[in-house]
Design a protein around this ligand. Structure first.
Ligand SMILES: [Fe+2]
Ligand SMILES: [Fe+2]
Length: 219
């Protein structure tokens, strides 16, 4: 079985992620390199593991999450689709079975389709891993005077985490925001569509989605 570790240590994939991140550094856009890839992978694996999915599905989710943004190496537009094709070529090369490749491909290809339901459990896990990664560490600009609202909101988030309560069928995101830097309203302005997408992903698993900001239940 091809594992997440096999993919994570692969030099070709490291180059895709570094190139994607270099492109974003050049334009001052938030971090989209190996930190985001690993964080998304760990969370995606945690989701499926907590919900009792087999080890193979957990590995596929981690692989898909790790690769989900490699398309940014070619440009941000339609990066979900380019990432899916790049992943197909790479996974073929390391002899992943075609059926597994397509499960990974559809998960990567659908990770930005916010108005559609996720087509498989790998995709639902990737969405939750990807969209829950909001943190000040991702902001590149050092001078706040150049921050747009997106930077401000990310910068204000000092802590974020996701919790699966398999027994009660609840998936909850917990965010700590420095309200001196950004209001809760501003957070919603930027992230409401992402949170709705997380709700769709949670519903795939038959789970309710909850959002807590500074300990208060918002959704
Ligand atoms: Fe993406
Ligand atoms: Fe992402």
């Amino acid at each position: 079985m091809i594992t997440f570790e096999d993919v994570k240590e692969n030099e070709e994939v490291k180059t895709y992620l570094q190139t994607a991140d270099d492109n974003f550094i050049a334009v001052g856009y938030k971090e989209h390199g190996s930190r985001h890839a690993i964080t998304s992978a760990v969370v995606s694996g945690y989701i499926l593991n907590s919900l009792g999915y087999p080890e193979k599905d957990v590995e596929l989710a981690k692989i898909a999450a790790y690769l989900h943004d490699i398309g940014n190496a070619l440009g941000q537009t339609d990066h979900n689709l380019t990432a899916s094709i790049l992943a197909m070529k790479f996974l073929r090369k390391i002899d992943m079975p075609p059926k597994d490749i397509f499960r990974v491909m559809v998960a990567i290809g659908s990770h930005e389709d916010r108005n559609e339901d996720p087509p498989n459990e790998i995709c639902a896990a990737v969405i939750l891993g990807d969209k829950s990664d909001v943190h000040r560490m991702r902001v590149r600009k050092t001078d706040k005077k150049w921050f747009d609202l997106h930077d401000t909101v990310n910068y204000a988030v000092s802590e974020t985490g996701i919790k699966v309560d398999a027994k009660n069928k609840i998936i909850a995101i917990h965010v700590n925001i420095d309200v001196k830097l950004c209001s809760v309203m501003e957070y919603f302005e930027i992230f409401i569509s992402r949170m709705q997408f997380c709700r769709r992903a949670s519903a795939y698993f038959g789970c309710e989605f909850e959002l807590y900001i500074n300990g208060d239940k918002m959704l």
